[in-house]
Design a protein around this ligand. Sequence first.
Ligand SMILES: NC(=O)c1ccc[n+]([C@@H]2O[C@H](COP(=O)([O-])OP(=O)(O)OC[C@H]3O[C@@H](n4cnc5c(N)ncnc54)[C@H](OP(=O)(O)O)[C@@H]3O)[C@@H](O)[C@H]2O)c1
Length: 333
Amino acid sequence: MPVTARQIVLARRPEGPVRAQDFALREQTLGAPAAGEVLVRNLWLSLDPYMRLFMAESGSIHGSVDLGAAMPGGAVGEVIVSASESLPVGTRVMSMAHGWRDHYLAPADQLQTVSAEVGPVQRFLGLYGLTGITAWGGIHGVLKPQPGETLFVNAAAGAVGSIAVQLAKRAGATVIASAGSDAKCAWVKQLGADHVVNYRREDLAARLAEFAPEGVAAAFDNVGGEQLEILIDAAARQGRIALCGAIALYDSANYRAGPRNLFATIEKHVTLTGFNAGFYFARAPEIIADLAAAEAAGALVSTETVIEGLEAMPQGFVDLMGGESRGKMLVRV
Ligand SMILES: NC(=O)c1ccc[n+]([C@@H]2O[C@H](COP(=O)([O-])OP(=O)(O)OC[C@H]3O[C@@H](n4cnc5c(N)ncnc54)[C@H](OP(=O)(O)O)[C@@H]3O)[C@@H](O)[C@H]2O)c1
């Protein structure tokens, strides 16, 4: 029996900040799955800043979405019709490509099964998915904080940042965190940050000098742009900076632009390490077990901001980029 699927497509390429009108809702009729395929009904969809990059014509390593094409992204759903022995009806599956839609057809071997045993299935888009693995990779793979070291995290009330703050605390670091409102800063402090800075209202460079007079030993940079320049200037001798993202540049014509004060890394022997969650996917079982153990021990809280319904997703994405969410932004279909 054919299914009418709804998808969010790219209606126009944003110039500057993304707007809900840059997207449109489209219906598509899906037939029965071919041999080896399954029909999936999505339950949860992920919203992530990297999606802004493939809305641009120039695209990114993630590619560029054609005008009129469905937006890709992460999704967790349930198999409702199966032509594959490996994924019977009722199996919960995750896809990193079939987000922004309520139903899709896909070859079974392109999907990953998810287990409800480690918690609610939407966790595989957050703490046990890209978000948690990124935070873990930046803290334990790149920065490796030592007890007592000063570690800074920006966008600290966001999905990756809020987990990174807690992992750094668990490792014994003294954590300085920044976010874009006083309410967010108060929440990040509840998560364990020792010092917080509302970068929209306060002078980030001055506050870092106050909280880390010897310089910042380790920094987890989600923001890039001018904040990365501040972090390079604030770095201690032989400091480390993990380059996770550059959201401050995603609306600009050149999100790849580098910092203007790189020479300071030579003067202070500072290490900048770009990293990518994909590099850690092979270690996902070990990382998820560690995150689950931290959560079970009460050392890690995973927070979600949930948007209801596919039609609300474009505005949800605008809100994510504008700083309206706390923790991981998800859409319940
Ligand atoms: N390397 C990887 O593999 C990888 C994987 C996942 C994510 N990332 C990157 O990690 C970063 C965080 O991603 P996420 O999924 O956790 O999103 P998120 O932090 O939940 O949401 C984005 C946050 O960025 C902040 N922000 C937006 N514009 C800003 C600006 N101009 N200056 C400073 N802060 C700004 C906002 O918080 P405020 O209210 O604090 O401004 C907003 O809440 C992004 O750069 C993303 O691309 C990288």
